[in-house]
Each structure stands twice: as structure tokens, then as C-alpha cells.
Write a protein that binds this ligand. Structure first.
Ligand code: ASP
Ligand code: MG
Length: 422
């Protein structure tokens, strides 16, 4: 079995779906994991925002636009003739979910998951039907029943042990040898829908590869492979042919947009190679990620945006590492704040964290616990692996740098968000 993952950008229009069929080519024994088409997840997030504000009109408009967008793709694929009753039914269910009311702020995350999950349910339904039409028998898998996650919404982790028998039962002994499943979604033990965090389809695919002991996994993307920097920000970016799991997990964690950070572990645990390949040209080799690789010869630059710098000090001047570390982190964990960099002095703890829904609540809670907290928003975290003198001068010495942390090979810089040229 091989696992292929197609992201939203790849299947954003009819040409993309047709290209997906080309990429599948003659492959069989294939599990395809697909994201929501184009920017559908963003639109569904706006539907959710409409539900939060009880703005029925905004919800209706967003859903109407999504319906038209998907209908356009379906019409082009089937040359005008088609309505797909299963897709109609999904849109009707989305409308019922939104109209039903009963939204409660305490359950915001569960509501979010119920709504945004429709993107993947719709995309996989269209793709499964189109494959069948193109003479490729396949089985559509409802990943809400195949992947059991923890009982946590919006950023759930998959329970591999609980999921394995369910997913295997969906696949084993079936006549079809191509399977189509949604990325990004799963089901909690209480039966509600969960999601795995934005861009989580890579992680879904890795979980599938792990459970089914796949020989390899490929992520088909709109770039030629893994680059040493984001070309939109750093114009001299070059492609890297090979990476090992360890470097990749570090890069993903630092904010490289190559792959969702949770993707590597399930693959590493079973030594399954991961190919990052260009969707536009299947003859190009892309990048391979596996246990051992040739050393990377170029510096790697990763920029993680939407950061907040928290500087925390105990009002009674206790030593922060010796006495307060555990209290601070258990509080941050309660609000699910993701910490990306830690810097301390005797009484100060500076944390660079992801900006998130709950950041202000976390700051309030820290203040109630007896800490002074300074919060600075609009920050970014730049990681440079394998830095040179020139890169050090250029990035670590800028005027907007608040923190720089360096080892012999890597420097991490917390700085005010810059715009345009860097
Ligand atoms: N559709 C989801 C998102 O846009 C998941 C994914 O694309 O991986 O975040
Ligand atoms: Mg996406």
C-alpha cells in the first residue's frame, strides 16, 4: 500500500482533480488522503464565525458561495450534466447544522469542528465519484469512524492504537484497491467530529501510512519539493533533495510550511519514507525524507509568524526556574498555548508563543496567580539553521530583534513582524 496526500491547492479546480487522476495513473493499492478544495476551510471558518455571532445572513451567504464554487467544479468535471446527490446532501446537512441553533460559547471548539469538517467530506465525495466515473473503482472512507482522536476539539491528536483496528477493517478484504479518505478530521470517543489542527491532512496521511504499514507516503504540493526557505519571503531559495526525519521535525516545528509538525512521528516509528513531490509535474523527483540522508549543504531559514512575546515575572521575586516553572506551564497548557521559544533570567521568563484564541485569558490567569505579564503582539520567530557570518549580520543584529538564541549551528530570533523586504 502507498499513501498519497493531495492538499487543497492541488484540488482547487477541475484541472487539479483531473491531474490527480493522472498522478494516480495505473497505481493500485493506494490510499488517497484529500484536503478541502481551495480555500474552503477558510470559508467554513467564516461560517463558524457567523454562527458565533448568530448572523444567519452571513452564514447563508458563505454557504451559497461554497455551493456555487463546488458546483462549478462538478459541472466542469462532468461537462455540465451533473448534480451529485451526495454532495447536495452534505450541503443540506451543513445548512441544517447552522440553522439548528443552540450554539454555546463553552462548546465553541466542538462547533468549529462540526462545521469545518464539511470541507473534506465534500471534496472527497466529489473526487471519489469522479474517480469512479473515470473507471477507477474506489472506496470512500468516513475518517470520522476510522480515526479515533483524543477527546479534544480543534487540535486533536489521533489515538493510533484505538484507530488501527477500525481503519484496517475499512480496508482489508475489500474488492476496491483504491481508498479515498478525508484529511484533517476524525472522531472523538464520544462520537463527535474532531479536527487535527489547520493543515492537518499531512498528519492524517501519516497516520494512515503508519496503521496500514505503507511502503511510502507522498505529499503532492504546488512546489518542486522542500526548499531551504519560503521563496515568497527569501528570494534565493533552493531545493533540498534529501532530509532526515530529525531535521524535518525541527524544521516543521520552527514553522516551515513543508509539512504539519505531527506528520513525522508516525512515519519515523515505522521507517516509512515521505516524498514531497510537485503536483504539476510527476516526472520531477521532489524531496525524500527518511531516517538517514545526505547532509544539507545550504542554510535553512524559517519564519514563523503570528507570534506573541510574553515576559512573565513573579511579583514576589521568586526565582522563575526553581519555583515557578511548573505553575506557569501548567497554566499555559490549560489554555493550550503553544510555546516556541523559552528564555529566562533569574526572575523573568520570556516566552515566544503562538497567537491564539485564548491568549488573553491565559495572560489574565497568570496575573491572577501573582505574575506581572508583559505581552507584545505582532512578533515573528526566525530560525536560521547553519547560519553564516553574513546571515548573522543580516538577521541577528537587526534593530527589531528582541531575543536571539544561538547554538553553534542554529540561531533563533524573536523580532517585531517586518513587512516586505528583509
Ligand atoms: N483543510 C484543512 C486546512 O485548510 C486541512 C489541510 O488542508 O490540511 O487547514
Ligand atoms: Mg488546506
Amino acid at each position: 500500500m502507498k499513501v498519497y496526500k493531495f492538499g487543497g491547492a492541488s484540488v482547487r479546480n477541475a484541472d487539479g482533480v483531473r491531474n490527480l487522476v493522472k498522478i494516480i495513473g495505473g497505481e493500485r493499492d493506494l490510499f488517497i488522503v484529500v484536503s478541502a478544495m481551495g480555500k474552503t476551510t477558510n470559508a467554513l471558518e467564516r461560517v463558524f464565525a457567523g454562527v458565533q455571532k448568530a448572523d444567519a445572513q452571513a452564514c447563508a451567504e458563505e454557504i451559497a458561495a461554497l455551493r456555487a464554487y463546488h458546483a462549478g467544479i462538478v459541472e466542469e468535471l462532468w461537462h455540465g450534466a451533473a448534480r451529485l446527490p451526495r454532495v447536495d446532501e452534505l450541503f443540506a446537512r451543513l445548512e441544517r447544522t447552522v440553522a439548528e441553533g443552540g450554539y454555546r460559547a463553552e462548546d465553541a471548539e466542538a462547533w468549529y469542528d462540526r462545521i469545518v469538517a464539511f470541507g473534506e467530506l465534500i471534496s472527497t465525495t466529489i473526487i471519489s465519484e469522479y474517480l469512479a466515473c473515470a473507471g477507477i473503482p474506489n472506496r470512500w472512507i468516513d475518517m470520522r469512524r476510522a480515526l479515533v482522536t483524543e477527546q479534544r476539539h480543534k487540535d486533536a491528536e489521533v489515538d493510533l492504537r484505538a484507530s488501527a483496528p477500525l481503519l484496517r477493517a475499512e480496508v482489508e478484504g475489500r474488492e476496491e484497491r483504491i481508498f479515498v479518505g478525508q484529511g484533517f478530521i476524525g472522531g472523538a470517543p464520544d462520537g463527535t467530529t474532531t479536527t487535527l489542527g489547520r493543515e492537518g491532512s499531512d498528519y492524517s496521511a501519516a497516520v494512515v501510512a503508519h496503521i496500514l504499514d505503507a511502503e511510502s507516503m507522498a505529499v503532492w504540493k504546488d512546489v518542486d519539493g522542500v526548499l531551504n526557505a519560503d521563496p515568497k519571503i527569501f528570494p534565493d531559495a533552493v531545493q533540498i533533495a534529501e532530509l532526515n526525519y530529525l531535521d524535518t521535525i525541527e524544521l516543521a516545528y520552527s514553522g516551515a510550511q513543508i509539512i504539519h509538525p505531527r506528520t513525522i512521528k508516525p512515519l519515523q516509528n515505522k521507517n516509512i519514507p515521505l516524498y514531497v513531490r510537485p503536483f504539476g509535474d510527476k516526472r520531477k523527483p521532489g524531496t525524500v525524507i527518511r531516517g538517514v540522508s545526505a547532509p544539507v549543504e545550504v542554510p535553512i531559514l524559517i519564519l514563523k509568524k503570528d507570534q506573541v512575546l510574553l515576559t512573565i515575572r513573579s511579583r514576589d521575586f521568586s526565582f522563575v526556574l526553581e519555583e515557578k516553572f511548573a505553575a506557569i506551564f501548567s497554566l499555559l497548557e490549560r489554555f493550550r498555548i503553544k510555546t516556541n521559544l523559552i528564555h529566562n533570567s533569574a526572575v523573568n521568563l520570556s516566552l515566544c508563543v503562538d497567537d491564539s484564541w485564548h491568549i488573553d485569558q491565559a495572560v489574565d490567569a497568570l496575573r491572577r496567580e501573582g505574575f506581572d505579564v508583559l505581552k507584545i503582539g505582532s512578533m515573528e520567530l526566525l530560525t536560521v539553521r547553519g547560519y553564516t557570518d553574513e546571515l548573522w549580520q543580516r538577521y541577528a543584529c537587526g534593530p527589531q530583534v528582541f531575543i536571539r538564541q544561538a547554538t553553534q549551528s542554529t540561531v533563533r530570533i524573536v523580532r517585531k513582524e517586518a513587512k516586505g523586504e528583509r
